[in-house]
Design a protein around this ligand. Structure first.
Ligand code: PMV
Length: 321
């Protein structure tokens, strides 16, 4: 597990760094408005290789510092010493799928750039990764980038667990805590419908402005708190009920999608609970399959058109290789 004391060391080019994607169990969208969230790092990772160069480039593209918002922001936030840095990136996290591909890329790149600038402790890296991602996206919470930096199971904006760090966007701050992993096997499945996180976050923010918005946010908060508590008690039945209730709220917030509902229908008979994960409007679902029925659940999801991954929380956060 990557904890606050475990720093990214100072290193010289060439270096390689990697970071995991993530799966949100409870509280996406509401976390942007200060609600609690539970998420874990998944064992699909992004990797970057950094080499000395006169000017900066990403995968050979020398215009990327202007045209690729995440890359440009990373170079502005953590400028490489010397002329520049040539970055090659490879990823096993499906893109635009709600599984944290941009957070994994940003956390790996921030770890690599921090290493060549003398190293960084994890709270600093978590803050840097969030500033880069939020700067590029314009909206969002530090959940995804914190999971990519810390690894393991995390909760935001709750009193449960052990404090890791606070992350701020200048006007608001989020507390990030380490919580216990119940060691369950989860399935995430990509619908293949791409979407932009920022568009979904803005649509939900508008939904929260309607007269019943505050009441909806309260329901998001309460189901996430119950869910976080039930995972802590290793109560699968209650966790499953909370997953389904959270999905109803996401549907009400307008971010489900027919293709996601079809995958949820396919997972339901052999799962304790299931919901969309991430920003929604496409992207992925997460299911908690009944013990021993993981492959059956994955097969049914695949038959319904999804791309399932049987995942376990990954202990390792961002690290140099
Ligand atoms: O779909 P993703 O992986 O970008 O997840 C976004 C989660 C949100 O709560 C919708 C936004 C955020 O930054 O927390």
């Amino acid at each position: 597990m990557s904890d606050p004391g475990d720093s990214i060391p100072s290193a010289q080019l060439p270096i390689s760094a990697s970071a995991p994607g993530k799966c949100i169990v409870f509280g996406e969208h509401a976390v942007v408005h200060g609600g609690p969230e539970l998420l874990f790092a998944i064992d699909l990772r992004s990797q970057v290789i950094l080499q000395a160069a006169d000017g900066s480039s990403l995968n050979g593209d020398r215009t990327a510092s202007r045209t690729h918002p995440y890359f440009g922001r990373a170079l502005a936030e953590i400028p490489p010493p010397g002329g520049g840095v040539s970055v090659t990136s490879v990823s096993r996290v499906p893109r635009s799928s709600g599984l944290g591909s941009s957070a994994a890329f940003v956390a790996a790149l921030a770890a690599g750039l921090s290493a060549i600038r003398g190293g960084a402790d994890r709270p600093t890296l978590a803050q840097r990764a969030f500033s880069i991602e939020q700067g590029a996206q314009g909206v969002g919470s530090p959940g995804d980038t914190s999971a990519a930096v810390a690894g393991g199971f995390l909760a935001l904006n709750t009193a449960r667990g052990t404090p890791l760090w606070e992350v701020s966007d200048g006007s608001r701050s989020w507390s990030v805590r380490r919580v216990v992993d119940p060691h369950w096997t989860w399935i995430v499945a990509d619908s293949g419908i791409p979407r932009r996180t920022a568009d979904a976050v803005k649509a939900v923010a508008e939904r929260m402005q309607r007269p019943d918005g505050p009441a909806l946010l309260d329901r998001f908060r309460s189901v996430a708190e119950r869910g976080i508590d039930s995972v802590g008690r290793e109560d699968r039945g209650e966790t499953g009920r909370c997953l389904r209730e959270n999905q109803e709220l996401l549907r009400d917030a307008g971010v489900s999608h027919d293709r996601l509902e079809a995958l949820l229908d396919a997972a339901r008979p052999s799962s304790d609970g299931e919901k969309l994960t991430g920003a929604g409007r496409g992207g992925s679902i997460v299911a908690l399959p009944k013990p021993g029925r993981e492959l059956e659940t994955a097969r049914k999801i695949a038959r319904a058109g999804g791309v399932p991954f049987v995942v376990r929380p990954a202990d390792d956060g961002a690290r140099l290789l």
